[in-house]
Design a protein around this ligand. Structure first.
Ligand code: THU
Length: 147
């Protein structure tokens, strides 16, 4: 994990629990891979999301983006952390579900990458923490477009 992340205010266990709960809502009949995510706003509110697939495949969306877009659509644009839980529907044990490249870029839009914690969890006891900067180094963001 990066030195710049302040974990003091991040309720890791609560975030993981929320992500596990959200995963139960996953609509993933095509891949059979169920993902739940819980994102923490700067005001310490939690928004959750699951992956939602589609018969036409490309309209599907990841759990992380569902959570972030729910929050943004309610006026929240700054985030501190996200917990991600994922695994096959037919397997008891979860895998470490790392965010896909598109979700990393979406998180980049609304975070300070060095200070944002990505918690990849199998359970409340078994998880890894990375900064977004570690997962998306040398990234392109809103600051590149500002004058
Ligand atoms: N998925 C996520 O929800 N998050 C990720 O970061 C990786 C992949 C979903 C998309 C799709 O519904 C299923 O997992 C298999 O790719």
């Amino acid at each position: 994990m990066d030195g710049k992340i302040n974990m003091d205010e991040i309720p890791v266990a609560e975030l993981i629990k929320s992500a596990l709960e959200a995963r139960k809502k996953s609509y993933s009949p095509y891949s059979g891979y169920q993902v739940g995510a819980a994102v923490l706003t700067n005001e310490l509110r939690i928004y959750t999301g699951c992956n939602i697939e589609n018969a036409a495949y490309s309209p599907g969306i990841c759990a992380e983006r569902t959570a972030v877009y729910k929050a943004v659509s309610e006026g929240k644009r700054r985030f501190r952390a996200i917990a991600i839980t994922g695994g096959r529907a037919d397997e008891q044990e979860l895998s470490y579900a790392f965010p896909c490249g598109v979700c990393r870029q979406v998180l980049r839009e609304f975070t300070q990458p060095e200070e944002f914690a990505v918690i990849v969890a199998k359970s409340s006891e078994d998880y890894k923490i990375y900064s977004l900067a570690q997962l998306l180094p040398e990234s392109f963001g809103p600051d590149h477009l500002s004058k």
